[in-house]
Design a protein around this ligand. Structure first.
Ligand SMILES: [Zn+2]
Length: 68
C-alpha cells in the first residue's frame, strides 16, 4: 500500500516577495504558466518551486535502492 499524496496546489503569490509590488491577475496567470515571472518594479525574478510531475518510468527503480 503506497500512499501518494501529491499536492498539485500551486501557490501563486499575490505580490512580489522582494519589493511587495502587487501582481496583476494577468501576471499571476503568467507566473502560473511559466513558473517564473520578472517583477516589473524591482526586476526580481519570482520563481515557483513546483515539483515536476513524476512520470512512471521503467528506469526509475534501477537507482536509489535502499537496503532494508
Ligand atoms: Zn518586485
Amino acid at each position: 500500500m503506497a500512499e501518494e499524496s501529491i499536492s498539485q496546489i500551486e501557490e501563486i503569490p499575490e505580490a512580489c516577495p522582494h519589493c511587495g509590488n502587487k501582481l496583476s491577475p494577468w501576471q499571476q496567470v503568467l507566473l502560473a504558466t511559466d513558473r517564473a515571472l520578472v517583477c516589473k518594479n524591482c526586476w526580481y525574478r519570482i520563481i515557483l518551486d513546483v515539483i515536476p510531475k513524476t512520470k512512471k518510468t521503467d528506469s526509475d527503480k534501477s537507482k536509489n535502492e535502499e537496503p532494508k
